[in-house]
Structures are given as structure tokens and as C-alpha cells.
Design a protein around this ligand. Sequence first.
Ligand code: TYM
Length: 333
Amino acid sequence: MEEKRKLFSAVQPSGAVTIGNYIGAIKNFVALQDEFDCIYAVADLHAITVRQEPAALRKNTLELMALFIACGIDPEKCVLFVQSHVPAHCELTWVLNTITYPGELSRMTQFKDKSAKHAENVNMGLMDYPVLMASDILLYQAAAVPVGADQKQHLELTRDLAIRFNNRYSDTFTVPEPYIMKGSGAKIMSLADPSRKMSKSDDNPNGFITMSDDRDTVIRKCKRAVTDSGNEVRLSEDKPGVSNLIAIYGAFTGKSAQETEKQFEGKGYGDFKLAVGEAVADALAPIQAEKARLLKDKGYLNEVMKRGEETASRIARKTLSKVYRKVGFYQGE
Ligand code: TYM
């Protein structure tokens, strides 16, 4: 049987998961699970680059694992694990650090944004975040990495590091391709300010919808969403608010922008926003119910994580020992 290409991605358990995370990443994790050999992680090592409350981090880790499965990721088809359970991620990070230049990391947009936002806690981990991310991907020889558009720069660094290592020490890593959705789903914008990315760390909770928001909250946030002047539901660069809602509506109903435009022809923003809210709430309800059911079965979630840890460790160890051999670490010949 032909071996499928490998795919890796991860999400941080750093609080609420937004519909931006879902549309830009998790929804694709589900869609790609038959085509690729998929490995998905809860990136807790990344999460601690900004301050986390330990009890909340533990809870969010379990919740994210449950959410992955509730969204439709099949643990029988994919490897699901928690990043800190596989020490090879930190071990490879150390080696890759020795071929990474500080200038490459200090000019990363996310580092600059997060340093500004967490000025009291600009730590080495925050700066090294992309190298840890490169290790995640390269350990599994992933050919494809589904992410939102905001991760593109990190993926480019991952490719640079893979090529740099391969050139210096001979072919070792698969050079991965980012898998970023075409169109506006790759970057869902804030409902409160459509010039900014939808983000769970937004100070204004009306800017984002989380995967656990209840029906009333979802509908209220959609109704309040900032739209543009005029009243025509049309995808257009000069209508960033409406275009963002069209992308969200499309992601949850499967409708193309043209279909949505046609459906709301002659109707105002009010009708459209209500329909978006209802579509999102309808789609979230079964996911929330399944997540709640899974969280009651901690034994099952622990078992999935354990199995994931074992498979992930096996693959990661293989790459790591190759790396250790190539860089000249004595391995008891
Ligand atoms: P995180 O948890 O910040 O985001 C998880 C995924 O959600 C995407 N995303 C969005 N997509 C569309 N619109 C948005 N508004 C939006 N906000 C977030 C992100 O692009 C991401 O795909 N560093 C990663 C986690 C990670 C990782 C990895 C990813 C750690 N190691 C290895 C890929 C491969 C991150 O941003 O997580």
C-alpha cells in the first residue's frame, strides 16, 4: 500500500478557542484526515510563552483535546497528543537553535506583536517560539501544515531551517509546505474591528466568538458586528465587515460568496447578521454537546492522549536520533 503523506498541525491551549481557529485550522484538520497521515498536537509548550494560570492550562489542555474530537477529528485515523508529553520537541529545538540567528526571530511579526502586548514578560521562550514550532513540524517529516494566514511567516522560517540543516548535514528533513485556505477563511477578522484578526486575546469580547459561546451570545455578537456603510450584502474590499461575515457564513453553511449574495439580495444587514448568528449557533450546538459528553469520559481522553504520545514519540525519536547522529553526538557505535 502506498504510504500517505504526513501532515502536522497544532493549536495552543491558551484559553478560549475562537471560530477563527476553527475556520482557519481545525475545520481543515478534519477535512484532510483521509488524504494525509495526520498528527495533531495540543501545543502546551507554546502556550507558556505568555503567562498561564497552571490550573487553567491543565483544564484547557483536556478541553482542547475533547474539542478536537468533538469537531470530527477521528482518533482512530489521526495521532492526537499533548506536545509536552513528547520530550523530543524540546530536544530538537535545542539543536535547531544552533542554526537560527537572533535577527530571524526578532523580526517575526508575532514576536513583535506579542512583545508589545506582554511588555512585562518578553521572555526567551516567546522569541524562540518559531523554532519550537519548526521542531514540531520537522520531527514528523510533515509535508503539509494546515494553518491560518497568520502562521505563514513561521512556516517560512521552518522551511529555511529545514533547508539550512539539510545543506549543512545532508538530507534529513522533509521541507514542509504551508496549507493555507484560499480566500478570507484563512484570516477571520474581529467582529468589532474588521481591520484586525479575530483573536482570543482581544480585550473586547464582542470581537470574537468562541467555540463554547451559547446561542444567545453568538447571535448577540453577530448582530453587533461592525458592518460598513450601505446595506448591500456583497463581498468587496471596501466592505471588510460584511465580507468577513460572508466568510464566516460560508464556513458554517458551505455556501459560496455568490450564493450568499444572491440569498440576501434586497435584504438589509439586519437579516443577514441574524442569519449568520443562527448558522454559527446551529453548527456549534452539536460540537458543544459532543465536547461536554467527552469531558465526562476523562478515561477515554487520557487513553487517546496516551496512545497519541506513544505513536508520536516513536516517529519523533526516529528523526531525533538521525539528527543526533548527523550533528556528531556519540551514540555508542
Ligand atoms: P494558535 O493556537 O494561536 O492558533 C491555532 C490555529 O488557528 C489559526 N488562526 C486563525 N485562522 C483564521 N483566522 C483567524 N482569526 C485565526 N486565528 C488563529 C492559526 O493560524 C493556527 O493555525 N503557533 C500555532 C500553534 C502551533 C503550530 C505548530 C501550528 C504550534 N506548533 C506546528 C502548526 C505547526 C498557533 O498559532 O496556534
